[in-house]
Design a protein around this ligand. Structure first.
Ligand SMILES: [Mn+2]
Length: 462
């Protein structure tokens, strides 16, 4: 974990924003997989990690703003736990490492919250996503489980988003550690992939790297010859000569900061001319987007620019036609690029998304579009120094979507459906890097991972 000062400062800065009441952060519990004692991989809640640092289950953190004190609720292991799971440093000692000197048994949490409510004090909490915790809220605060998130605190949510969105130097270092793992994962996949292999052979090997070098993957790995399915979690295809692979993956550093990288590469190790042409459009779109990123610009503007690069490139190949600006304004490019350019990155791979995209990705003067494609932007708002975000344009040929649009003759002024049909079995291409907003500009984080056609082919054949 970071030093106790880091956690103390984070809590102090939060209480400068919220002047009274109780700020309540439940930690996560173990979650049963197929019977109670056989649990999923444990992942601590990111806001709990951010303010209270402890990476164990069955804890809750609380900041009593009025009394100016932090408390961690939890229990020490009894002898039965020790026999099965081993000795654990007492909670009091663990809590001191994150600058919290007061601890209480977990059973006292309810009484503490109830007496605060009884004396008319406000208990602020973030939107919740774990069912067991939501049920606990019924007990702790007397809120029907169905309505827990209706009572979450917008004031606390906004303050946490503002604080966690701006990364400190030590947080950026953690993201770079995760990116070092990403480097190995991507290089390994490029080197390993061969015609005749099954996707899961590569998938398993690179997930192993994330487990061996850090805290595992930051989200389920996307690795598929069907890259046109944006989030393809099927890994059972046989990879054939001529297929293109999309690998969208990320690792967690030991402190659970995420990386998120996408590379697309040919199974055979050599792009065909057709693949190279599309690849270079996506690459140009990504590089120009990165070039534009600086504080003060709206990410939607960057997104729209990358969409124009894609539309222009596809026009040169004969797949699109007409005026490029008009095509993008009308959303015609979304047949090929139906998703947003990127999202915030931090302790969560889609950082802070659980607190509500409306606050994380949008602001007072940036409202969500309802146009197909543009409506899916996870991040559209004005960028600030300290943000870390992903830049991930792509071009996809989704046969079912092509058929629907073609059937409706949709955007026929901008799309040459006869040409598009020749790409029906192309698959997809996405290229993604992680970018830090500096004071006046931005930089791509991590050691460069092969990205140009030449670099990728070389890595595939190394
Ligand atoms: Mn991403």
């Amino acid at each position: 974990m970071f030093s106790s000062e880091t956690y103390k400062e984070r809590r102090e800065r939060l209480t400068e924003q919220i002047k009274s009441g109780i700020l309540f952060f439940p930690g996560n519990n173990e979650t049963p997989m197929n019977y109670p004692a056989n649990t999923y991989h444990f992942r601590q809640d990111s806001s709990f990690l951010y303010y209270f640092g402890l990476d164990q289950s069955n804890l809750a953190g609380l900041i009593d703003v009025d009394k100016n004190e932090s408390i961690i609720f939890g229990n020490d292991r009894d002898i039965d736990d020790v026999v099965w799971m081993g000795y654990e440093t007492p909670l009091k000692e663990r809590s001191e490492k994150v600058g919290v000197t007061k601890t209480k048994p977990f059973s006292e949490l309810k009484t503490y919250l109830q007496s605060a409510l009884a004396s008319g004090r406000k208990v602020h909490f973030l939107p919740q996503y774990k069912h067991d915790i939501i049920i606990e809220f019924q007990e702790w605060l007397g809120i029907n489980a169905k309505y827990v998130n209706k009572y979450s605190s917008i004031e606390l949510t906004k303050a946490v988003i503002a604080q966690r969105s701006v990364k400190s130097e030590e947080e950026v270092e953690e993201i770079e550690k995760a990116l070092e793992i990403s480097y190995l994962m991507n290089k390994t996949a490029m080197k390993m992939s061969r015609p005749g292999m099954i996707e899961r052979e590569v998938f398993g090997a690179i997930e192993g790297i994330a487990l061996a070098k850090g805290s595992g993957v930051s989200f389920p790995i996307i690795f598929s010859i069907h890259g046109e399915t944006l989030h393809n979690h099927n890994h059972n295809n046989v990879m054939k000569d001529g297929d293109l692979l999309v690998l969208d993956s990320g690792a967690e550093s030991l402190l659970h900061y995420a990386s998120d990288i996408t590379r697309s590469f040919p199974v055979s190790g050599k792009f065909t001319e057709k693949q190279k042409n599309i690849y270079n459009i996506v690459l140009k779109s990504q590089l120009e987007a990165i070039e534009m990123i600086k504080p003060g610009i709206k990410y939607r503007e960057v997104h729209l620019h990358s969409a124009k690069v894609i539309a222009k490139g596809l026009k040169e190949l004969g797949l699109m036609k007409g005026n490029v600006d008009d095509a993008v304004a009308n959303g015609a490019h979304a047949l090929f690029f139906p998703h947003g350019l990127g999202h915030m990155l931090g302790l969560d791979v889609h950082d802070l998304e659980g607190l509500g995209e409306a606050f994380v990705g949008y602001d007072e003067d940036t409202k969500r579009s309802d146009q197909f494609g543009l409506a899916y932007l996870r991040l559209a708002k004005t960028l600030q120094p300290g943000f870390v975000l992903t830049v991930e344009p792509g071009i996809y040929f989704i046969p079912q979507l092509i058929d629907i649009w073609k059937g409706e003759n949709k955007h026929a002024d901008f799309i040459n459906y006869d040409e598009v049909d020749k790409y029906r079995d192309f698959g997809g291409i996405r290229i993604e890097d992680d970018v830090l907003l500096t004071e006046n500009s931005s930089k791509v984080l991590g050691k460069p991972i092969p990205k140009s056609v030449d670099e990728v082919e070389k890595a595939c054949n190394s």
